[in-house]
Write a protein that binds this ligand. Structure first.
Ligand code: ZN
Length: 301
């Protein structure tokens, strides 16, 4: 995978809250102690739905993830910076949906910001620490990510490939699409009517977000910045495999095994490794987000 050194980041898409001391805990209480972190994790998971399905408990932990996004410009050197690369991924994902959402679903795309944080953050969905991994908050329409999550993904979860990064972001933007289309709100109503179905509904929502990520991956090589410059200059089958590998490493069954526990399908919220890879491929191979109807009867069993 190569990014185009002339491509511009849509800086309006990114809020850089790193190093601002933002977050800081709930009501002035420090976050990060094991017990309290558990409470925070529970809170945010109850509210957002769009969390990534991992709980690394203090993974990341506020390590510095580099220069401010405002210092990114064009040029080969910028492409070495994690934050600048991620700025380009977000630019590509939003460019894709700006075109695709009206075509596929007849809806206007509403841009959503990505908020970068380190350690902990306050959101309209509550406070969270980076142990929950990246997530989308429908109450403020933002994707939240501590970029040190990628180290967790690489070192602890076995997904070291670079393309794992845009896959993660595209999955979270998939939740934004579900918010725009009302899919997420409908799902919540079904969960309320039938609490026994809550986990199965969550799995369908998550697999659809994986499928949307795949649909973006299919078109990523053609996405452009505001000047019409391509964002990616090369994207290969190896890159796509890295995305599929990442999807496999964060399946509920794999994570449960990694956690040393038994595999308990009743606790699944995001789908198995096999399901996550399957739905990413459905999106990637079709390039059509309309094929991502995981809620259709029999689509996910
Ligand atoms: Zn998700």
């Amino acid at each position: 995978m190569e990014l185009n050194e002339r491509a511009d980041i849509d800086t309006g898409s990114i809020e850089d809250g790193r190093g601002s001391g933002g977050g800081g805990g709930i009501g002035g209480l420090p976050i990060g102690g094991g017990g309290l972190a558990g409470v925070v994790v529970t809170l945010i998971i109850a509210l957002v739905g769009g969390y990534f399905g991992i709980n690394t408990m203090g993974g990341g932990g506020g390590e510095s993830t580099g220069q401010p996004i405002t210092q990114c410009s064009t040029g080969a050197e910028q492409l070495q910076q994690l934050v600048c690369r991620n700025g380009l991924y977000v630019t590509s994902i939003q460019a894709y949906w700006r075109d695709e959402l009206p075509q596929a679903f007849g809806e206007q795309y509403v841009p959503a910001k990505t908020h970068l944080f380190e350690g902990s953050v306050n959101t309209a969905c509550g406070a969270a620490d980076s142990g929950v991994g990246p997530f989308y908050c429908p109450a403020d329409d933002k994707v939240y990510i501590d970029l040190s999550f990628y180290q967790v993904l690489s070192r602890q979860l076995g997904a070291p490939g670079e393309f794992a990064q845009p896959y993660v972001l595209a999955h979270e933007y998939g939740h934004h699409i579900q918010d725009v289309l009302g899919t997420e709100a409908e799902m919540r109503r079904r969960q309320e009517r039938d609490p026994d179905s809550a986990n199965q509904e969550s799995v369908k929502l998550e697999l659809q977000a994986d499928c949307y990520a795949g649909a973006w991956a299919n078109a990523a090589a053609n996405t452009t910045d505001k000047d019409g410059d391509k964002i990616f200059t090369s994207l290969t089958g190896t890159d796509i495999q890295e995305g599929i590998q990442a999807a496999g490493q964060i399946g509920d069954d794999t994570l449960q095994q990694r956690g040393g526990g038994r595999v308990d399908p009743e606790q699944f919220t995001h789908g198995t490794s096999e399901q996550r890879q399957h739905w990413f491929r459905v999106g990637y191979e079709s390039g059509d987000p309309k094929q991502c109807d995981t809620f259709k009867a029999g689509a996910v069993t």
